[in-house]
Design a protein around this ligand. Structure first.
Ligand code: SF4
Length: 219
């Protein structure tokens, strides 16, 4: 009974954080007030500091906060940094990142026009899947980044990012190809560029998703 109650409370909290017209600042949910001053990315990075909120801090070489235009219309959000990203402290810089850059350029943007980040800011060892307690500690920073940037659209890269942001167990093949609402912003899930390196045949599906994003953004 206690377990069911805890599960219900957790689901309700996730629902409120995901769907409410609220902002999420320093671990607290506040109602969104028209004209409210939203913190900037530097404030969020500064608040994060030398973060030790979860055990991944002990294993990282660099914290990978995210990079790009702080007023971007489009945010790409992946799962977590990999080895190259951990070494350089920058998101999506390995082979998969280079493919993402080519996709961004094919959409008519430069990499610095958009914002690129991950749900987790530190690399899980051996690129294992993030644990629920790591997501619980780190996702609020992503939410604050998105609240600060206020993009027109978000592209969730890969199964894990899509499932985590949308609080669902549905597979990426069911989620992609249509928009979902995330904090009042249109979110398009698509395949991760690392998946595309292994399965080039899926590139045409990703391009369909990118075209839908471009249409949503009026491009
Ligand atoms: S993964 Fe996130 S919460 Fe965990 S130590 Fe890194 S920045 Fe902090």
């Amino acid at each position: 009974m206690r377990g069911e109650l805890l599960e219900l409370t957790r689901a309700l909290k996730n629902h409120i954080i995901t769907n409410s017209r609220s902002i999420y600042i320093k671990g607290e949910v506040y109602p969104r007030v028209k004209g409210i001053e939203v913190e900037n990315l530097k404030d969020i990075r500064s608040d994060m500091g030398d973060c030790k909120r979860c055990d991944l801090s002990a294993l990282r070489s660099n914290l990978v906060f995210g990079e790009g235009n702080p007023e971007a219309d489009l945010v790409f959000a992946g799962e977590a940094p990999g080895a190259d990203e951990d070494m350089q402290g920058r998101p999506f810089v390995g082979r998969a990142g280079q493919l993402l850059t080519r996709i961004i350029e094919a959409m008519g943007f430069k990499r610095e026009d958009v914002y690129i980040c991950n749900i987790l800011k530190c690399r899980p060892p051996g690129n294992r899947n993030p644990k629920p307690e790591e997501i619980e500690k780190c996702e609020p920073f992503l939410i604050r980044q998105i609240e600060s940037i206020k993009p027109k659209a978000i592209c969730a890269l890969g199964t894990f990012a899509a499932k985590t942001l949308l609080k669902t167990d549905a597979p990426i093949s069911m989620l992609r190809g249509r928009f979902h609402l995330y904090h009042d912003i249109q979110l398009m899930p698509t395949y991760h560029p690392a998946y595309l390196l292994r399965n080039p045949g899926a590139k045409k599906l990703v391009w369909q998703d990118m075209q839908m994003i471009m249409e949503e953004m009026g491009l």
